[in-house]
Design a protein. Sequence first.
Length: 497
Amino acid sequence: MNITEIMPFIVLIPLLAGPVCVLLPGRGLPWLLATISASAAFILAALTLGSVFEGETLRYAFGDWPPPIGIEYRVDAANAFVALLITGVAAILLPWAKPLVDEEIPERQGSFYALFLIALAGLLGITLTGDVFNVFVFLEISSLATYGLIAHGKDRRALLAAFRYLIMGTVGATFLLIGIAFIYILTGSLNMVDLAERLPALGDSRALQVGLGFIVVGLAIKLALFPLHHWLPNAYTYAPTLITTFLAATATKVALYVMLRFIFDVFGPQYSFTALPLAAVFMALAIAGMFAGSWMAIFQRNIKRMLAYSSVAQVGYMVLGVSLLSLAGLTAAFLHLFNHGLMKAALFASVGLIAYQAGSLRIDDLRGIGRQMPWTLTAFALAGVSLIGVPPTAGFISKWYLIGAAVEADQLWLVALILITSLMALIYIARIVEVAWLQPRPDDAPAVNEASWLLLLPVWILVAANFYFGLDTRLTVGAASAAAQALTGGALEGLLP
């Protein structure tokens, strides 16, 4: 059996294992099945990325129905890179999160892990499918499961956060579906490769422009691109720790990938950036998000909410790379997509241990906690260093390539903005370090113990990954470059402003 034949199991394994979790009794068996399923998907995703790393594209037609009539999975370096991030984060977080899930969700864990696996399968399906309607189907599968997962949070405000996310998510999905309907009416096809061949013949069709606009806006909501980000802070703040960490590392990254797939692969960059002023809009919203997200993060009192607003700023960096209309900029966007997943997974995992051991996420309650939880707070500080972009971390590599793309595009003023917003990240990360390490622990504060090594080990694996990929960039930079090339094929030449 070759890699093409086993590739669909990246999605099928968690999708089939999810309903089984509901039938399993107790806490241990559903968790074990979820962990095994995520690990198996990760292994297959790694094998798939290895097969397409040099530019090959894998295609699998379901039921042997050839596209465009049938549905196919089409995997190149771009979506294999994203699939590796999704499955890798899930495989690391599930073993780590079991004690936290036991404490936050004492009952009905079978249904919780079932929803998690369905959300995982949905994200992977969005990433790997070569059919635009299947993008919508898997988006709804993932979103519906995510709404339920967020509602599992202990705080009653989790229900309101899930409802708000449902409303915004439904609006985004509706916009996406309307856009897909426009291009289907115009072409009679839903296959991405077939659409890429048919759409150029439509020329300056106003309906095609409207369809592109609906798709971009719908996915911008899912991406939490400023100012369409208002669902994100509450969702991240009140969801269970495992869900916050997983979503922060993966969900917005998948939305960005799908947007790039539509813009560059389906519609084509020449049409997308000339039919609509996407480059100027993306640049303006990216810069606004970088500053607004960083500014709001500085003044938050809840550490989860602080990191949530930080994610809004980090989305801005990714979209800024796209707006530069160059292979270097797109490579920087893909690179930051992957590296930011590692940063946020490490940061939120550290915060999860703080909440588990200390019982609070209010920054004022963390005074002096660094001396009682030194390993956890050191992990948080080192992951924060990567978020800021200090060498030798993965975050530094991302921003170095983004700055290089700005210089190549002769947009030197963007370099100053990137550095300023990085210094703003330094402010809110340093604030936590100062409170945790330099302020005294109040006399009436409860004693807090360090987390066990079983909980610390996955967190430190994520922290180590942030430094490893800051030193050895062969995988990340190579895959990001291959992903950018796979989406464009060098078609960005002549589009620079």
